[in-house]
Design a protein around this ligand. Structure first.
Ligand SMILES: [Zn+2]
Length: 488
């Protein structure tokens, strides 16, 4: 090759007799005539010849340096699959030859980033996205998280700018959840946000059901995140943490603990809950650190205590603790979540004003270890998350009148509508909505009975129209039931 950077070929030509000598180190004189007038070849070896030396040449080889001993072999190489034979295979071969062993045990091949239409990004097409501009606009954490979330093993990534919004929204959520917690914390809460204190509280039975639940869910999250990271499943890992942090910690746990946080009478309960909430938050920051390093490091510096590492990046990776596994608590919260979800659905479907407290009646019975006593003991959750001010169990025979109903985990629940909505207005609204969907369904049916359409339209379009029909029908039956419940 004729380039500036590279290893010059160790071949020397004699100016006197034209004899060619190949030698390392450089010969002092021509081996044929003894002349010292030698000229080294100006061409260099191929780029990949030099690149293959990278795993050890960068560490001081051929000297037996400390770095070389510590870092060779390393464990993981990350690179693109387009240079497997140019680079990866050469590093392995020269490593075996020169160092007596392969330079790494795992190679992770990342996908190639393409544009939204799947074309390679190139200068001539002008379809590239400048990462530095994206960092400027969305933050380094957001760009990093989004790219990792989009990385399915071995798959190329079709990238568009709006993909970075996932990362931006997620890191904002982390920041905001932290701020909510931070506003409520004092020094003692931070001090006690450690496993020993929480184990003691567990023993003394001062933990709330929601605390036991989130601690148990956290153990499962540690296990799943660790396992999928070990298998280089970056997208799966991102999804697991996202689901736990947003779907469980923020949407449920931080809501479920609010009654406890605002209860001035019970300072001990408040303190225990804040210790748990902070302990879990620290764990989330650690699990998230490889994905959003800057925000997590910043937030860690605010809530770490004397038992924790000074920097999150050198802190020990969270370990699963069996003490906190609690299938019973998980099962109980699962049912409570389903009940609250059903009540919220009813409120939404019946158009109940969000600020109006509702009464909820559950037909007596117990199932799968879930008892009325357990549910009643956690009434505060229903108040906090579904605006339920009265929750009671009644015998199955006493069905309340004019009530919307739902069945959840074999529990039949009723929300009496008297006082919650204006029946005439709601009847009119439901009637109008039913008429609107009936009309849509009618024209859809005409279309689907039209043989010309069925014969000519592409299959996926027919499939979509049939799916629409099913949706309309199920919507209609729901609306009709709702309308009936106003009169029974
Ligand atoms: Zn010579």
């Amino acid at each position: 090759r004729q380039i500036w950077w590279g290893h010059r070929i160790p071949i020397y030509t004699c100016a006197k007799c034209a004899h060619v000598t190949a030698a390392v180190p450089p010969p002092a004189s021509c081996e044929a005539c003894g002349s010292t007038n030698l000229a080294q070849e100006t061409d260099v070896l191929d780029t990949w010849f030099s690149s293959q030396l990278w795993p050890f040449a960068t560490l001081g080889w051929p000297e037996e340096t400390e770095d070389l001993q510590y870092f060779y072999p390393t464990d993981t190489l990350v690179t693109g699959p387009d240079i497997i034979f140019f680079w990866v295979a050469r590093m392995v071969m020269i490593g075996l030859e020169v160092m007596g062993g392969v330079p790494f045990s795992d190679v992770y091949f990342n996908g190639i980033i393409r544009d939204a239409q799947g074309r390679k990004m190139s200068k001539s097409l002008g379809n590239g996205i400048n990462p530095l501009e994206m960092v400027e606009k969305y933050s380094a954490d957001a760009v990093r998280y989004s790219l990792l979330d989009l990385s399915s093993e071995g798959q190329d990534i079709d990238l568009k700018e709006s993909d970075f919004e996932i990362g931006r929204n997620f890191s904002n959520k982390v920041w905001n959840a932290f701020r909510f917690l931070w506003m409520n914390l004092d020094g003692q809460d931070i001090q006690d946000a450690n496993a020993d204190f929480i184990k003691k509280a567990l023993k003394e039975d001062t933990l709330d059901l929601s605390d036991k639940w989130i601690l148990s869910r956290y153990q499962k999250t540690i296990k799943r995140v660790t396992r999928s990271l070990e298998h280089f499943k970056l997208h799966d890992t991102a999804e697991v943490i996202y689901g736990f942090f947003w779907g469980e910690y923020c949407d449920w746990y931080l809501e479920l603990i609010k009654p406890r946080l605002f209860d001035k009478e019970n300072q001990d309960g408040r303190h225990v809950t804040l210790a748990v909430a902070t302990y879990i938050m620290k764990g989330i920051l650690q699990l998230l650190h490889p994905f959003i390093p800057f925000i997590t490091e910043e937030l860690w510096s605010k809530i770490r205590n004397e038992f924790d590492a000074e920097d999150i990046m050198v802190s020990a990776w969270p370990k699963e603790s069996r003490t906190f596994s609690n299938e019973e608590a998980e099962n109980q919260i699962r049912v409570i979540q389903a009940l609250i979800g059903a009540i919220r659905n009813i409120r939404g479907e019946m158009n109940v004003a969000p600020n109006k407290p509702a009464q909820v009646i559950i037909a007596e019975g117990s199932t799968n270890g879930i008892t009325p006593e357990m549910i009643l003991a956690n009434k505060a959750y229903f108040e906090q998350l579904a605006r339920v001010d009265k929750l009671e169990f009644r015998p199955k025979s006493e069905k309340p009148k004019k009530a919307a109903t739902a069945v959840v985990s074999q529990f039949e629940i009723f929300v009496p509508l008297e006082g919650l909505i204006d029946f005439d207005v709601e009847r009119a609204r439901l009637g109008k909505e039913i008429a609107r969907i009936e009309k849509l369904l009618e024209s859809l049916n005409t279309k689907l009975q039209n043989t010309e359409f069925i014969n000519k339209a592409p299959r996926d379009i027919i499939g979509r129209e049939k799916k629409k029909k099913i949706d309309f029908e199920s919507n209609l039956s729901k609306l009709r039931l709702n309308l009936e419940s106003l009169d029974v």
